[in-house]
Each structure stands twice: as C-alpha cells, then as structure tokens.
Design a protein around this ligand. Structure first.
Ligand code: K7E
Ligand code: CUA
Length: 673
C-alpha cells in the first residue's frame, strides 16, 4: 500500500516537472487542491530569512539513530547545531574527551550510541518554558536533559527494569516527572527463560522520573504492568492534570511474528495512570522495594566535568496493590501516538491500523470509573467500556494515523503514515477540514507548543521517513526530510522541504525570544572551576606523577602556552588540559596532537578540555589548533618530544615569565587537586 502510494505521488511530481511546474510540484495530481493556492514565490517569501536576520522559532529535532538532537531555525529550515546526547561526537570531542565521556556510562558499560526518539521541552503550568530539553534513549533506556542556555547535554539517567525506553520522556505540566515506558516486555527482573514462556514471565514497566531538580534526576517509582508493548505517552493537563496516558499494543502478548500475531485483537488499550494516586499509595507504604541498578551521569556545574554514580533499587507499585492507579481504555487498533488536546479533555489515539481516529473523553472516563463501567480486569487493572469513554471518532481520516498535534484554535492535525498526508480535523465535531500530501510516509508532526496548553499555531513541521524525489540523490541512502507547512489559515500550505540528520521522530519548537536572550556567550574564566584550568600564560606547565604526565596550557589567538614540551617518555599517559582563555562569544580554538588516539577537541571560550594521549613511539609530535581562529591560526602550533626513558630527559615546558623552578607547580587559587 505504502509503495503504491509513493509511486503515485512520484508520478504526480514527474508529470508536473515535465510540464515545467517543478517549482510548485507540491500538489500531486488527483489530490486535494489545498496546496495549489500558494505560488512558489509566496512560499519563498514566507520562509526567506534575509542575511543578518533571525528566525522566528528554534526547532529541536530528535536525531533518531544518530543519538543526537539537531537545532534548526523556522521558518528558514536552517541547521544551527547538532547537540550530541547519546552518541560520541567528533566535532566537539563529546563522549571522547576526559570531561564528557562519563556521560555515556551505563550498567552495560560505556555505550556511545543510542536511538533517540522524542524531544520534550520542560514545562511550567503546561506551557514550554525553554529551560531544558529532554530526550530519550530507546535502545539502552535512558533520559537525557539538555540545558538550553548552553545547548549542551548536562544529565543522563539510565532507566532500570526496562528494555527499550520508547514512551519517553514526556513531561507532566510542571515537569515534576518525565516518564519512560518499556517498549519491549521482558522478564523483570531479567532471567533466563524460554521465549515462548512470554505470557507467564514477561512484564512491562512504566517509570516516573523526578525531573525538576537539575543534576538530580532520579527514578521516583515504577509501575509493574502486563507484558504488552508500551508505545507512547502524554500527560493530562488542565482538568486531566494528574493523569498520564500511554498507548499499548501487542495486548495479544505474542512473542513471534508480531506483525501478524500482535494485530489480532480488534482493540488494544490506552493505559490511564493516576500518578497523584501513585504518590498516595507510595506515601501509605504500598510500594514495594525492588531491585535494579542504573547509572546517573551529570555535568558537575562547578567543574563542567561529567560524573557518574551507580544507584540500586527502586520503589515498585503493582496496580493490584493500589486501587485507582491504572485503567485501560480500549482503543482500536495497535495504537501508536496518544495526544492530549490543549484543554485536557480529549485523548486522541493514533490507531495505526484503525480506519478511524478514536478520541476518548476525560470527563467520560472519570464518570465511567465512578460508575464502575468495567468490561473486565487484567492484573488488577479495570478495563473500561469503550462506549463509556469514547468521545467520538474521526471518520475516513486517511490511512495509518500515527500522531496528533493541536493549533490551540480547536483544530487537530494527524499524520497519516500510509496515505502520506497530514489531516486537519475539528475537535468536538470530528469532521475532516483539510488534508495535505507530504513526501512521504510521515511519522510525527510538530506544531510549536502543539502538545502543550498553549500552541503557537502558525506552522506545522511534518517529519517524513522517506524522501524519494525531493533531493539530489546521494547514493543508496538519502536523508529523511522535514516539511514546513503554514497552518495559519483555513487551508494548509506547503512552504518548504529541508533535509534532516538521522531520523527525527519527534521535535519541539519555541519562539526564539524564549531562548535567545539567555543563551550563554562564553564561560567566565573566574567561574571556571575545572581543577585543571589555566587562567594565564604563566599558569601553564608540565608535571609527572609516576607514568602519568599532566600538561596545562592556555589557548588564545594565536598560540598555545606552553608550546614546547619535553620529558615525556614512551610508556607515559599524557593528559593535555587546555583552557581557551578567550572571553568573547564564539571565539573557539581546537586542540589535536599528532597520533592522537582518543580525540581532538574544540574549546569554547573560557572552557577547559582534557585530552588523553598515549604516545606509541619516540619522536617529535606537533600539536595544533583545529579551529581557524585568526589570520595566524596556521601559526597556532607546538611540539611534544617523546623520549626513551633511558635518556632521562628532564621535564620541561617553555612557560613564559616563569622560572624553571616553578615548572611543574600547579597555580595557586581554585582548582588545586
Ligand atoms: Cu517514530 Cu514517536 Cu518513536 Cu512515531 S515514534 S513515528
Ligand atoms: Cu586557535 Cu586556530
């Protein structure tokens, strides 16, 4: 079905192109006319941000299997930055250098990769506040927190007792919690059992993580759930604040050929979790102590060096022990997304195999709970009657509904994966108002603030999985694509395509004014508490502790000091602690040494980075600045001599204005080890 659809669309474009209409070929023949109202020139004007001008929104796209986040401007679609989160990043040295590599520690050891799906902005009163961006690691379940003053990953918490952290890291309206539900059920705790004992042994968990205290993210509690696959989640808001909703599929509990065996049941469920009730049950001692260890990594705010701590044990809640904690809302069919409208009343499911978009009512749900309108009970979880909770169904929306966002004006927009379109419909009447084709196979869509109480409903970004025909070919694998759609009028209008990095599953965006004023320009040297900081040329030097050699140096336009180092011996491990003492925005230097076998680094102004190097042979090794920083950048270099231990070459560094007797002494002041 999907391929046929794509072919049809491709053909449409080809025909349009042949007729010389390539520039406005965003309306395939035979589809809605809603895209034809916009001339290419109008779209260009709407998305053109002239040189020297700024974009209106920051957009944060998840990087999918790149394990990163990318930062774009809207409406231009210009890429500003990649923020490494779960992946090592050669461009900066993230995950390679001595300062940041602890960020990637887990109980599985050092894990320098993950599959990141959902970005989530921190919220205050249900509105994105621009403090932090959270993103999940799917494969080795983790949640990261990115600080949006620095656009840097500052914290990563591993999720124990889970296998796949997909329904994550959605936030409560006050960011008290972010959540992670296990996509794959497994034995919890893990044990070696036959796979076909799934129904007896496999379970799912839903984890609530305390997230409102930066640097102190921690597992608050977990809920032991039936062995389904948990897909996505969203918090209630307004009247439904205090509840969290998660989609499930594979309520059949199949363990093989899921594409058939997990598609048997007519309906799966949305799990509605009353997390205020969870807090009460825990307070009254109904939680159980449960095992499971996990690693918490965070950037020490003073030193800016990442640290890891391993934690053990969680509080586990069983629905049977805490009545009123979880209810199941029957939902057709293998639902994917679950999205709560800005008023908090409607719970919209993306039943990817369903022919309708089912919408539940929070009010009806509460009434059905009070009236005990239960179909049955599963592991202590009452299943509510479908008719008692359903508010309405959007009929004939298209094929393969996945995700819904809202514009704050009473309209909802749903991505249709199979029929490759975005469909606009009205909350309350459920009528389809408009549809626009996208290219192709759209997954998530994003309206700035479109999952919050206060959407900025001007643009919609479609995040497409397949982009045949949109860009010049680049070999067998092309990029995925984002498409910017104007939703300010009655009809949606396609404005722009731009390629993405990795596979952006979800995205968040906020007005630039929320982040621009607070963006850090440089680290103040006086506030750099890295123990290896060097704040002046005279402060550099070289010291030996057994087989370990520490070099402290500064970088400033256009030299390193010291820049001649002797006395390093074969068999030593050398740590270069380089501080960029520039105090000006965006004046970066870099550092790399010949034969470097760990990393090079870029050095933001005012910051210290440490590179570990184990020389493999005697000789002379140049080091240099990797960032073209001035007209004399090519002169920004130095040498390290590596000698045989038998030669007993004395340790030396040509530190200016410093006598030989001072060599090897750490500078006074902060930072003494
Ligand atoms: Cu790709 Cu949110 Cu992981 Cu849907 S998920 S597309
Ligand atoms: Cu410093 Cu180039």
């Amino acid at each position: 079905m999907r391929i046929a659809t794509i072919r049809r669309f491709s053909l449409g474009i080809f025909v349009a192109g042949a007729l010389g209409l390539g520039a406005i070929a965003c309306a395939p023949s035979g589809k809605s006319s809603s895209t034809t109202g916009l001339l290419a020139g109008d779209a260009a004007t709407r998305t053109y941000v002239p040189p020297g001008s700024y974009d209106e929104y920051y957009a944060f796209l998840s990087g999918g299997f790149s394990g990163q986040v990318t930062v774009y401007g809207l409406p231009s679609g210009r890429l500003f930055k990649q923020i490494p989160v779960f992946s090592q990043f050669p461009q900066t040295g993230y995950g390679y250098d001595e300062d940041s590599k602890a960020m990637l520690n887990t109980t599985f050891g050092f894990v320098p990769w993950d599959d990141s799906h959902h970005t989530e902005m921190s919220l205050t009163n249900g509105v994105p506040d621009g403090r932090w961006l959270f993103i999940n690691g799917n494969n080795t379940p983790r949640i990261a927190r990115i600080d949006l003053k620095r656009f840097e990953t500052e914290e990563i918490l591993q999720i124990p007792n889970a296998a796949g952290g997909h329904a994550s890291p959605f936030a409560t309206p006050d960011t008290k919690y972010v959540v992670s539900a296990t996509r794959f059920s497994v034995p919890i705790p893990q044990k070696d059992v036959p796979i076909d004992s799934y129904k007896q042994n496999f379970k799912g968990t839903i984890t609530f993580v305390r997230a409102d205290q930066p640097g102190k993210m921690d597992v608050a509690f977990q809920i032991m759930m039936p062995g389904y696959d948990y897909d996505l989640g969203h918090a209630g808001k307004g009247p439904s604040d205090g509840w969290f909703f998660f989609t499930t599929y594979n309520s059949e509990e199949a363990n093989t050929k899921l594409e058939v065996n997990a598609s048997q049941a007519d309906k799966d469920y949305i799990a509605a979790i009353n997390y205020k009730r969870a807090e009460e049950c825990i307070a009254s001692g109904k939680g159980k102590k449960f095992g499971g260890s996990y690693v918490h990594n965070y950037v020490d705010p003073a030193t800016r060096i990442a640290k890891s701590e391993t934690k053990t044990g969680v509080t586990m809640l069983y629905p049977a022990d805490c009545d009123g904690l979880v209810y199941y809302l029957p939902t057709p069919k293998s639902p994917h997304g679950v999205d709560i409208d800005p008023t908090g009343e409607y719970i919209v499911a993306g039943g990817k195999l369903a022919t309708v978009i089912p919408v539940h009512s929070y009010t009806k749900m509460i009434k059905a709970i009070a009236g005990k309108q239960f179909e049955k009970t599963i592991d202590g979880i009452p299943v509510l009657k479908y008719d008692a909770v359903i508010a309405g169904e959007v009929k004939n929306p298209g094929l393969g509904p996945l995700h819904t966002e809202f514009d704050g004006k009473g309209n909802a927009y749903t991505s249709m994966f199979i029929s490759s379109e975005v469909v606009k419909w009205k909350l309350g009447t459920w009528e389809v108002l408009d549809r626009i084709p996208v290219y192709y196979s759209v997954g998530h869509i994003m309206i700035p603030g479109g999952d919050s109480k206060k959407p900025w409903g001007k643009y919609l970004v479609a995040l497409d999985k397949i982009t045949k025909d949109r860009y010049l070919p680049t070999g067998p694998e092309g990029s995925r694509s984002a498409q910017l759609i104007d939703i300010s009028g009655d009809k949606m209008k396609m404005l722009l395509d731009f390629p993405t990095m990795g596979e952006p599953h979800y995205a968040q965006a906020v007005p630039a004014s929320l982040l621009q004023p607070g963006s850090v320009k440089f680290e103040k040297l006086a506030e750099n508490k890295n123990p290896n900081v060097t704040t002046s040329e005279a402060g550099g030097g070289i010291t030996r502790t057994g087989k370990r050699v520490d070099v402290k140096m500064i970088a400033i336009r256009s030299h390193f000091a010291p820049d001649n180092l002797e006395g390093v011996e074969l068999g030593d491990t050398v740590y270069f602690h380089v501080t960029n003492i520039e105090q000006d925005w965006n004046i970066a230097h870099g550092f790399a040494v010949f034969g470097a076998n760990t990393t090079g680094v870029t050095l933001p102004p005012g910051e210290t980075r440490t590179v570990r190097w184990v020389p493999q042979a005697t000789g002379i090794y140049p080091f240099y600045c990797t960032d073209f920083c001035s007209a004399l950048h090519q002169e920004m270099q130095g040498y390290v001599r590596v000698s045989s231990p038998a030669l007993h070459v004395p340790l030396s560094a040509n530190v200016s204005k410093v006598s030989q007797t001072q060599l090897g002494r750490l500078p006074t002041g902060h930072g003494e080890k």
